[in-house]
Design a protein around this ligand. Sequence first.
Ligand code: CP
Ligand code: NVA
Length: 302
Amino acid sequence: MRHLLEIDDLTVDELHHVLALARRSTPPQVLAGKGMALVFEKPSLRTRNSMELAVFQLGGHPVYIQGSEVGLDTRESVEDVTKTLAGFHAAIGARVYEHNKVERMAAVDRVPIINLLSDAAHPMQALADALTIVEEFGSVEGTTVAYVGDSNNVTRSLGLAVGMLGGEFRIASPTDYSFGEDDLARVRSTGGVVRTFTDPHEAVTGADVVYSDVFTSMGQEAEAEQRLNDLADYQINANLMESAGDAVFLHCLPAHRGEEVTDDVVDSPASRVWRLAENRMHAARGYLAFALDETGTRVRGS
Ligand code: CP
Ligand code: NVA
């Protein structure tokens, strides 16, 4: 049973294979006549649309389910919801507050579970990030990706993906908002290089990609004011992009313009944010084609 709770649930070879499948123009109909449940406890624009379209392109039928409607652990336990959905669907994607909920879904082990963002990880975003970097530079290997701001779910999955694919990952943040020792060790266990900085200018110097995410993630709204103050020096603006030279700019979106990034950067020629957003769909299709391939045939390098 193939679950994707974090990007390093894939081997490096499998990650390369998924990226190759994402670039294929004829989607295999691995979901023909089948459904995929998409459970969202939090809002979404990109993840919902990209997953629904990817399922459709693979011949399947996506069913969007609002978390409040099923009430994970309030109306019904996570396990009972998972077992019920597994009777209808070939796979379940879930966006949850606590990472533990997708772990419990995976423990049921009836159908593949895909983490569509938890407080700990956002692997489907990392796939699209990697795809966009490959399109831009030919490969992730040899590139330097500088993430500036709060180290969060997006940062963890991105750092792992960059490490797995042979790039250098840098994080610029105040010490309290940086990666913990466990996060650093996990990226290093992939063989990847990860470096932490407190000076954002130093971090982006020589980088190929400058990456940003919101300072306040979904579920952290009560800390918003504190976070805005603490992270104010980590805004990506024209001045910081000057230190980055000819780097491209990426943001998982939604962007809080004027907070972690300024309009002139999001809308600059260096910005690849819309390409990245579209790549969410191609990456999702590539991953589902891989995970739901019933023949077990893995076509490498295709
Ligand atoms: N990047 C991302 O996951 O966007 P949504 O929250 O809109 O799905
Ligand atoms: N870190 C953000 C990512 C949104 C796609 C959040 O969790 O809200």
